[in-house]
Design a protein around this ligand. Structure first.
Ligand code: BEZ
Length: 251
């Protein structure tokens, strides 16, 4: 099944600002230095890219979404529409950085090969994304509600959430030496109802239905999740798990 996911910068800012706000640990792991040349892979609307630029890094952001790149350019960034599985750079970056993007790329070997090509010798690849078990409850509710409609829910899931072992092997095979890798459970408070999260991130599932069917599907998923993810005060928390790593290009 082809997975459909589009990005509306306004909706993203409303429902997903926490993605960049919670990016401090992976930026710390990157330890960027002024004047370093850095590629931000899957830069989205460029909020973290701008943070790297404000430190004095020469940063280029790439993302597959044209509307997100337009939003990043409005921040004055060098941002380009590019497929993360076909990066078009050759030996020019001190580091490739990525936050909350690699789980949208289903071919990790192609991603890692492109990152390796883009880096200078011994350059570093530092990233965080959804790891094994990420949004497991949300994913299960989305899948089951499609299954109940006679649609194969599993096939609609667009996400790649590897284990530490899987991704370490991918990096090593792809020509990197891993210096740090960890799976980090990070329950994430949402800015509102889980509906906003579903509307922003779960289009691969909702797009299998007609426009008329979608509100009922989303309400059903929300109610299935309420006992697990919504507290007595009505505050929702998503069951995020992060995979965070740092690796260097093997000479
Ligand atoms: C994440 O950032 O981990 C994430 C985002 C959307 C769907 C699943 C995971």
């Amino acid at each position: 099944m082809a997975h459909r996911q589009t990005w509306d910068p306004e909706r993203y800012a409303r429902n997903a600002r926490f993605v960049a706000d919670l990016g401090a640990p992976v930026v710390d792991l990157l330890a960027p230095l002024p004047a370093e040349r850095i590629l931000d892979l899957g830069c989205g609307d460029g909020v973290l890219t701008a943070k790297l630029a404000s430190i004095g890094c020469q940063v280029i952001g790439v993302d597959a979404s044209a509307p997100q790149i337009e939003a990043a350019r409005k921040l004055g960034l060098d941002a380009r529409v590019m497929n993360g599985e076909a990066l078009d750079f050759e030996g020019e970056f001190d580091a490739v950085f990525s936050n909350a993007a690699l789980h949208w790329m289903s071919n990790p070997a192609e991603v890692i090969a492109g990152v390796r090509r883009a880096l200078k010798p011994r350059g570093r690849f530092v990233a965080e994304f959804g790891g094994h078990g990420c949004v497991a409850k949300i994913r299960e509710a989305l899948v089951e509600a499609l299954d109940r409609r006679g649609i194969k829910g599993e096939a609609a899931s667009p996400w790649y959430f590897p284990t530490v072992e899987d991704y370490s092997q991918q990096l090593t095979r792809g020509g990197f030496v891993v210096s740090y890798i960890a799976l980090i459970p990070r329950p994430t408070p949402l800015p509102g109802d889980v509906t906003g999260w579903l509307e922003t991130f779960a289009e691969s599932f909702t797009s299998t239905l007609s426009l008329a069917e979608r509100p009922c599907y989303i309400a059903e998923v929300r109610e299935a999740l309420r006992p697990e993810l919504c507290d007595a005060e009505g505050k929702w928390t998503a069951d995020y798990v992060r995979l965070r790593f740092a690796a260097n290009k093997r000479p």
